[in-house]
Design a protein around this ligand. Structure first.
Ligand code: NCD
Ligand code: ZN
Length: 333
């Protein structure tokens, strides 16, 4: 039986590191698992200026100097070409679109995507990536991603050279849609959408730590996400959407959406790929296809994991991690 596993040092192309006092802990925890991260901009205040991009990068690096940090900025308004160039110069590789009110800190989101088409046109011109939180807020919660696909279709037609990532793909409809689109459209996949369905949130007892946007859905949706990943389709790569919230924010009258997965993501993935007999595809999923899509060099450093049982703590960094209290088979060395 295999006792040790070596992978290319993983990238996480969708992570929330927050701000203020929490940032240092989340950044340090991320650096234990990943060599490179794409940090999301839905902080308080949001990352939406060249100065904010620069400052956020410096803050993350102050806590985790060895982490390679790629930045996003929030598309909560239109930007000038000069602002976009300056954000690019300061480390931004992508713009993140949030529909109004659809998820954590999206009260400044956009109600009509066409309103920011002028900026999207500039993204295409400057070869910046557009990352989409692809949910239609008005739709029924389980239909929100499917209902968003019409916007994705229109974006592809209007901006044929724009690189687009449908973030945290969670439905069979969206998986099939992305597969059919040209190679400049890809999707990130989270660990939780590979392993959870709605049953794991409300099927038995209520599990707030698994509550996130977009919601994990039906078994057929999970199966479609898994099929895309375990077939080695290069349009689908890891973005954990690790999104820590304190226990008090998760378990209250209006509980926050987000799964804290960064500290456990890679060990869980190793187990899942091993169970599917697909360990040969894991390096490309966590450290290959994403870098290729973002047109950045693949990492050359390695990370080693040992087959060693360990119990996931009940809380990490003050947040309840994915699969808290459960036993994992693989551990980062
Ligand atoms: C994320 C967060 O908490 O910032 N929450 C989530 O449920 N995924 C935001 C997001 O990516 O939707
Ligand atoms: Zn996210």
């Amino acid at each position: 039986m295999q006792q040790e596993l070596s992978l290319i040092l993983p990238d996480d192309f969708h992570i929330h590191l927050r701000q203020g006092r929490d940032l240092a802990n989340y950044a340090k925890s991320a650096a234990l698992q990943f060599g490179r991260v794409l940090a999301m901009p839905n902080t308080e205040p949001p990352i939406n200026s060249p100065e904010a991009v620069k400052k956020y990068k410096e803050e993350i690096l102050a806590a985790a100097p060895n982490l390679e940090v790629l930045l996003t900025f929030k598309l909560n308004k239109n930007y000038t070409e000069q602002e976009l160039l300056d954000m690019k110069k300061n480390g931004a590789v992508a713009a993140k679109y949030y529909p109004l009110g659809v998820t954590t800190n999206s009260q400044d989101g956009i109600s009509k995507i066409e309103d920011i088409y002028p900026t999207i046109e500039l993204l295409e011109k400057l070869d910046l990536v557009l990352c989409l939180h692809g949910e239609e807020p008005e739709a029924f919660c389980l239909d929100r991603e499917r209902e968003f696909l019409k916007h994705l279709e229109k974006l592809c037609k209007t901006f044929p050279n724009l690189r687009i990532v449908l973030e945290h793909v969670s439905s069979a409809d969206a998986v099939e849609f992305v597969k059919k689109l040209p190679q400049n459209v890809a999707a990130t996949v989270t660990v939780h959408h590979l392993i959870l369905t709605l049953n794991d949130i409300v099927g038995d007892s209520l599990c707030p730590q698994n509550f996130c946007k977009p919601l994990p859905k039906f078994p057929k949706d999970k199966a479609a996400v898994r099929e895309a990943v375990f077939s080695g389709n290069k349009k689908f790569f890891l973005g954990t959407d690790s999104a820590p919230h304190s226990l008090e924010k998760k378990e209250c009258l209006c509980g926050a959406a987000g799964v804290y997965s960064a500290p456990v993501a890679i060990p869980i993935l190793i187990e899942e790929f091993e169970n599917e007999n697909k360990l040969n595809l894991l390096s490309d999923f966590v450290a290959g296809y994403g870098a290729d899509f973002y047109k950045i060099p693949r990492q050359t450093k390695k990370a080693t994991y040992a087959k060693e049982e360990w119990q996931i703590p009940k809380t990490i960094d003050g947040a309840v991690p994915l699969r808290a209290g459960q036993t994992l088979k693989w551990k980062a060395k």
